[in-house]
Design a protein around this ligand. Structure first.
Ligand code: BTN
Length: 272
């Protein structure tokens, strides 16, 4: 069940065409990690906008050093881009990609939401995730690799969902194959990065927040109860804490970095 270039071309012909992606497509049966393979190819002189796709990964990388289990049937894709961004804004690439992919899937009738900061969720379960890696020089990003894993037909844990199975229960199936999903995801990344670069981070953030499932969630931080009210342009979670003294309720604002707390998948199961 390898990636079928012919089907990808058919999907390209029937849908939107890319404006600048993909320049060069590298397709593999099995690699340790498509992100790592793309970095290796870049080192060997590959085009900076190259794309790597693999049928499976043997050492897929997740956020915060986690493993991304990557059996055949899933989508494993890495896209190279050269954004004009400072290193301190690198998280914007993840926000942009998450929004772009979710929005593109929604156009196909797949009601995907975003779980802060980088999860794509469908019916309260994890459909996919994004791992952005960057190379920085003098405080500027000189190369970024955006890695995306989406559950298409691969087995998933209890908190996960795969798109092929979900679509089987739907009246219409807008995404008919892995290659069409790949096309949708690449278009999504491109539209997200376009939005960030052309319209700016404020526009991007307001679109990202429209699809964020966590607004209004209650979270405990250092034993204090708070409510999720937004996400900053650096990707931090904005939480209003409720504190009481003898006379009044105060609501100090705090900003939580990605990776420091984990939000649950349903509204009622927010974790510490
Ligand atoms: C997450 O932890 O949610 C992010 C997972 C990102 C996985 C993708 S699969 C393709 C690319 N190559 C990798 O090694 N990781 C990313």
């Amino acid at each position: 069940m390898g990636f079928d270039l012919q089907l990808w071309e058919t999907a390209l012909e029937s849908g939107n065409r890319y404006t600048y992606l993909p320049k060069y497509l590298h397709i593999f049966e099995s690699v340790p990690s498509t992100n790592q393979t793309l970095w290796d190819l870049l080192k060997q002189g590959a085009d900076k906008n190259s794309i790597v796709i693999a049928t499976q990964q043997t050492a897929g990388r997740g956020q915060w050093g986690r493993q991304w289990i990557s059996p055949t049937g899933g989508l494993y894709l890495s896209v190279g881009i050269v954004p004009k961004l400072e290193a301190t804004d690198s998280y914007q690439l993840t926000l942009a990609s998450a929004w772009g992919i979710a929005a593109q899937l929604r156009q196909c009738g797949v009601s995907v939401g975003i779980k802060w900061p980088n999860d794509l969720v469908l019916y309260g379960r994890k459909l996919g995730g994004i791992l952005t890696e960057t190379k920085v020089h003098n405080g500027q990003i000189i190369q970024a690799v955006i890695g995306v894993g989406i559950n298409w037909a691969n087995p998933v844990p209890d908190t996960g969902i795969n798109l092929e199975t979900w679509q089987a229960s739907q009246p219409t199936k807008a995404i008919s194959c892995l290659e069409m999903l790949t096309n949708t995801v690449v278009l999504g990344i491109e539209s997200g990065i376009d939005c960030l670069c052309q319209e700016g981070v404020s526009v991007l953030l307001s679109r990202y927040l429209d699809l964020l499932i966590n607004i209004g969630d209650q979270v405990y931080i250092n034993n204090l109860l708070g409510t999720v009210v937004g996400v900053t342009s650096q990707g931090n979670l904005h939480v209003s804490l409720e504190t009481y003294d003898s006379t009044e309720i105060k609501t100090p604002e705090i900003y939580v970095e990605p990776g420091t707390i984990s939000l649950g998948y349903s509204k009622s199961s927010v974790l510490l």
